[in-house]
Design a binder for this molecule. Structure first.
Ligand code: FAD
Length: 283
């Protein structure tokens, strides 16, 4: 199923998972996915080498498990800076053979130990290439606070428009903690002519360490209220987690009330966190 068809019908709720590290058996992610199944997400996306890490278990293999065993549509993330045109074609053939119809087309994070290939410079190049060479539904990433390498948000939005012009039919945002940033972004992209559905990417704060790492990787800012919570509970991990989950729930309920097309929950492969939030926001 092509996931773009979901949006006009409902408030979409999707999950993101990542493949286990190479030293962890693949059965681990299957256990996680089995636990996520009963939460009935509209689709599950699977990252590929996120954070510049070397890809472990196959993203395609995990997507196939999600579709065949859980009967839930899957999106395979596909970063392109380290790929050649031939290797992308090979991946597209593999996706097709496994019944995967949805790709999140990305440029990818740079990995200092891998020399980038020169076939694709930006995600828009990949989107164009996939469109020309296959029949996939293509999603793309977007950044409510601007991509960290972009000189400013307006320039980043011009490049985002190139991605939807090239054929991306739905966008998923980078994590953010201030809904105001999302609303401003939504107005700006609409004014720039970007009209595809935008899912809001939500990553609950569950520990100080994990959030500091994520924020330093993606450049998201921490609003005062969240910074205060983090300071108040800096020596109390259980209370910080509880407050972080409540913060995420409030964010999601407000986003829904304000008509966000969908919520994309970065589950961090933690089904308990996904369950807690999904049950709290049930419509
Ligand atoms: P692009 O859209 O190509 O943009 C990258 C930068 O180039 C931006 O600053 C943009 O403004 C600029 N740019 C774009 N086009 C042009 C142009 N024509 N001329 C000049 N500048 C231009 N990474 C992974 O490795 N694996 C994953 O699985 C993964 N999943 C992700 C999922 C989501 C929802 C998000 C938001 C990000 C994900 N990432 C993943 C991270 C992503 O790969 C990085 O943020 C990467 O740095 C940019 O990818 P992009 O597709 O947004 O790039």
């Amino acid at each position: 199923m092509k996931v773009a068809s979901l949006f006009p019908e409902k408030h979409v709720l999707s999950f993101e998972v990542f493949p286990p590290k190479p030293d962890v058996p693949i059965s681990k992610i299957y256990e996680t996915l089995d636990a996520l199944k009963s939460l009935h997400p509209d689709f599950i996306s699977v990252t590929y080498g996120a954070g510049g890490s070397v890809p472990g278990a196959s993203t395609a293999e995990i997507c196939a498990y999600i579709q065949d065993q859980l009967q839930i549509p899957a999106i395979a993330h596909l970063p392109c800076i380290n790929e050649s045109k031939e290797s992308v074609l090979e991946k597209m053939r593999d996706f097709r053979a496994r019944g995967i119809e949805n790709i999140l087309a990305l440029r990818g994070d740079r990995n200092p130990s891998v020399q980038p290939k020169n076939d694709f410079s930006f995600a828009s190049d990949l989107i164009r290439f996939i469109k020309q060479n296959g029949d996939f539904d293509i999603a793309a990433a977007c950044y409510p606070e601007g991509h960290p390498e972009a000189p400013d948000l307006d320039t980043d939005i011009l490049h985002l428009k190139e991605k939807t012009d090239a054929g991306a039919t739905h966008l998923i945002t980078q994590l953010f903690y201030s809904n105001k940033d999302f609303y401003t972004f939504r107005e700006k992209i609409a004014a720039a002519g970007v009209s595809v559905p935008v899912e809001a990417g939500i990553m609950p704060v569950t520990s100080k360490k994990s959030i500091e790492r994520m924020v330093s990787l993606c450049g998201a800012s921490i609003p005062k209220r969240l910074a205060k919570l983090m300071a108040r509970y800096s020596d109390d991990p259980a209370s910080l987690k509880a407050a972080g989950l409540e913060y995420a729930i409030e964010q999601i309920l407000d986003l829904r009330e304000q008509g966000a097309d969908g919520i994309h929950l970065y589950t961090m492969n933690n089904p308990d966190v996904a369950r807690y939030i999904t049950e709290a926001i049930a419509e």
